[in-house]
Design a protein around this ligand. Structure first.
Ligand SMILES: [Fe+2]
Length: 374
């Protein structure tokens, strides 16, 4: 059923906070990103030169560290301490996910809420951050990218996928990712970072690469990050580009634990499921894939489900049945993994909300490990 009237919370959000630039905490945009072959890449803006562990190193704007470290990197007057997370699959791991932090108007890049939300996320001391995309409003605007990169902390790393607003040359030129499909193993988790914005002709190759990444992974928890949701009751809806029929069987075959997406400016969690179309069904979290939409760092969130455009009514009904949580809260998602259990917690932030901050959803996914129970 489609809702004809918008609730007061949506009206308040649509008429809410003005956009304003946030002072850059990292003027050189210094940042580290794990490399899929091991070690790190460090990038920065401008012509400052770098030292690594006390020695001059690298060309201006870029350096590659093959060893995991730790490393002490200095770029200009910015200190970056690379402290690699444990590779022990039984060691506890905590990271934070957020997305759609773009502004709603051109010329700024990040949303007015982006930096305060990022600070709340960083206060959780995550090993790294995951960004589900739409980092800027206009991906062709160099200034927006500079504002985004200067908003990031040098550490911990921000692993981001490209959103539809991030199209243009700068996502790749700034090395925000490592191409259309890449992966990183960290302790008990393998992250597959997928560019859902590739041209249609490249999609079969993208799916092959996703399959290859997941085949090569022996991590207990495989997590796929891609901007456009597989399933969503938000205003973009499920399967916007029509890839589910080819992609969901890949996710099912590898028993992917979790898919994290953005694009819709809300929080959504669906039942763990397998199958697509009429074969789609909810299963135990140990057997299926849990789908989460986390696009809660946007200027405007949408607290109303069922506004999806061009979604097949049968799919919309199945989405309604599979939905477990839908929220328009500004939020981040904290993930903790230990001893064969992944625990997720969606947290309403101080920034952007009328309701008080705090957790508003939790979920748990288990996988077989030889680790002692947590
Ligand atoms: Fe988007």
């Amino acid at each position: 059923m489609r809702r004809a009237l918008l609730p007061l919370s949506l009206l308040l959000s649509l008429t809410g906070c003005p956009e304003a630039p946030v002072p850059p905490p990292n003027p050189l945009g210094v940042r580290a990103l794990p490399h899929p072959d091991g070690g790190w890449v460090v990038r920065w803006l401008g012509g400052a030169t770098a030292e690594v562990d006390g020695r001059p190193f690298g060309e201006a704007g870029y350096l590659r560290l093959a060893e995991a470290g730790p490393h002490a990197v200095r770029v200009g007057d910015v200190d970056l301490r690379i402290t690699p997370p444990s590779t022990d699959p039984c060691a506890p791991l905590r990271f934070v996910v957020l997305g759609d932090g773009r502004a709603s108007v051109d010329g700024l890049g990040p949303s007015v809420y982006w930096r305060p939300m990022l600070e709340e996320a960083l206060a959780r001391d995550p090993a790294f951050l995951v960004n589900t995309g739409d980092l800027v409003k206009d991906g062709d605007a160099p200034r927006e990218w500079r504002n985004y990169l200067r908003s990031l902390p040098p550490w911990p790393p921000m692993l981001a996928v490209r959103g539809n607003h991030d199209k243009g040359p700068w996502f790749d030129a700034h090395g925000v990712g490592h191409g259309p499909a890449w992966g990183w193993r960290v302790g008990p988790v393998f992250l597959a970072m997928i560019d859902a914005e590739v041209p249609e002709a490249f999609v079969p190759d993208l799916h092959r690469r996703l399959d290859d990444l997941l085949t090569a992974s022996d991590a207990p928890f495989e997590i796929v990050v891609m901007h456009r949701p597989v399933w969503s009751r938000g205003n973009h809806g499920s399967d916007e580009r029509g890839h589910n029929a080819r992609m969901v069987p890949i996710l099912d075959r590898h028993r992917v634990a979790l898919v994290l997406s953005g694009h819709d400016h809300d929080y959504e969690r669906f039942c763990p499921s397998v199958g697509v179309g009429e074969a789609r069904r909810c299963v135990d979290a140990a057997e299926g894939t849990t789908y989460v939409v986390t696009g809660g760092a946007a200027t405007f969130t949408v607290p109303v489900p069922g506004l999806a455009r061009d979604v097949d009514p049968a799919v919309a009904d199945a989405d309604d049945a599979a939905s477990r949580v839908f929220s328009g809260a500004h939020h981040y998602v904290e993930i903790e993994v230990q001893g064969g259990v992944l625990r997720g917690r969606a947290v309403r932030t101080r920034a952007g909300n009328v309701l008080p901050p705090g957790p508003f959803d939790t979920f748990e996914i288990t996988r077989e490990t030889s680790c002692p129970p947590s």
